[in-house]
Write a protein that binds this ligand. Structure first.
Ligand code: UDP
Ligand code: MG
Length: 218
């Protein structure tokens, strides 16, 4: 569902919509092409998480016929810029509500992939939607990410998987998104994973570090 203007202008809330005691939120961060989506799919398979990709939600909203944000989203994505946070936070909250309401027994375990990418989003989400347990951060050098993205661009059909957009996305990542990782790091809320190896090897490290932190049952 698209956020209405009223929702966007919603008054400041004192408490987040979801309690972190009931709902587990992990943020999944890393540069474009670091492998977030691939590793999230593995985690969904093995731990029954619900995977919400901010980029996927934005692309779906962009393509929704009656969306008032379609053109705005389109231009931000192509330019590798961060869509104004109100839109993305609302899309995520709506998606989480849908899952929790549909399945009352659902433990509420969410991987929020590719979000938050800017400090304002991070603060807003934790204040109004749900504080996250921690961040899974996939660390990968630009050179490797660029190689992967150009390869993906051959079949992804994504408007931003081309050399020009990739360059802009890297710039946004370094200037705007890394400060978010640093912010959580200072609170000891980052699990850093080397993302240059094969998907299987990266997943092995992911599992080990995740279970170290949360135990096998969570
Ligand atoms: N985006 C955004 N806000 C977010 C997440 C994504 O504006 O919180 C936009 C941004 O323009 C980004 C694009 O969506 O470059 C693609 O994001 P996605 O997560 O799909 O890319 P990935 O990092 O997985 O390659
Ligand atoms: Mg992705």
């Amino acid at each position: 569902m698209a956020p209405t203007n009223e929702q966007i202008a919603a008054p400041k809330k004192d408490t987040p919509t979801f309690s972190p005691n009931k709902v587990t939120v992990l943020f999944v961060l890393g540069g474009p092409g670091a492998g977030k989506g691939t590793q999230c799919a593995n985690l969904v398979r093995d731990y029954n998480f619900t995977h919400l990709s901010a980029g996927d939600l934005l692309r779906a909203e962009q393509d929704r016929k009656d969306s008032e944000f379609g053109d705005l989203i389109k231009s931000y994505i192509k330019d590798g810029k961060i869509v104004p946070m109100e839109v993305t936070v609302q899309l995520l909250e709506n998606a989480m509500k849908e899952v929790v309401e549909k399945d009352k027994d659902h433990k509420g375990k969410f991987l929020i992939d590719g979000f938050p990418r800017k400090m304002d989003q991070a603060l807003k989400f934790e204040e109004t939607v749900c504080p996250s347990k921690f961040v899974l951060f996939y660390d990968c050098p630009e050179e490797e990410m660029q190689k992967r993205l150009l390869k993906r661009g051959k079949t992804s059909g994504r408007s931003d998987d081309n050399a020009e957009s990739i360059k802009k996305r890297f710039k946004t990542f370094v200037e705007t998104s890394m400060p978010v990782v640093d912010f959580f790091q200072k609170q000891n809320r980052v699990i850093k994973i080397v993302a240059t190896k094969t998907p299987d090897e990266v997943y092995k490290e992911t599992k080990e570090k995740l279970e170290q932190r949360l135990g096998k049952e969570f």
